[in-house]
Design a protein. Sequence first.
Length: 195
Amino acid sequence: MDRRTVLAFGGVATVGSLAGCLGSDDDGNGTEANETELNETETNGTEMNDSETNDSETDTDMTQPEDTGVVTVQADEDSVDAAFDRIRSTIEDNEGLGVVAELDHRENAASVDMELPPTRVIFFGNPQAGTPLMQTSQRAGLDLPQRMLVWDDDGEIKISYNDPEYIAQRHGIEGQADLLDNIAGALEGIATGEM
């Protein structure tokens, strides 16, 4: 059984949304999408009228469209720190990969007297994989290097990351299918501990 699920983040829709980033014309400018049109089109491409509902939206508690480009897996570890440390070790142990930065959102929240469940991000990459994507579209640098969010969801430890296919679609990257498949496999392996 595939442990991956797509997760929609409330409040991060402008970062994860396809609106404004669906296409690219010849000069590299994004073509804007009408959010209403996106919400009225089913995944199979047929239009819905206002009286119809999409069953997948009514059968779920998600408040954002399912196609946010975020992949989430359940961690085997029982704490954010343990899962984060395992991910960091996996990255450091694989030639070509390197940790670029780490961020602890909970610590940042505490610095302004606010509370947040354990929430950490690790930024990492491999220039041999990321550079060809940016050579095709420099805007991909907005989503690179890769990152993984390790977070506590009411006691369940989850790991989320951007689907490479989503990044390619977002930035109009074409002709990199093999590279994107390799990146997707590596990300899944790092997240699940199977790399």
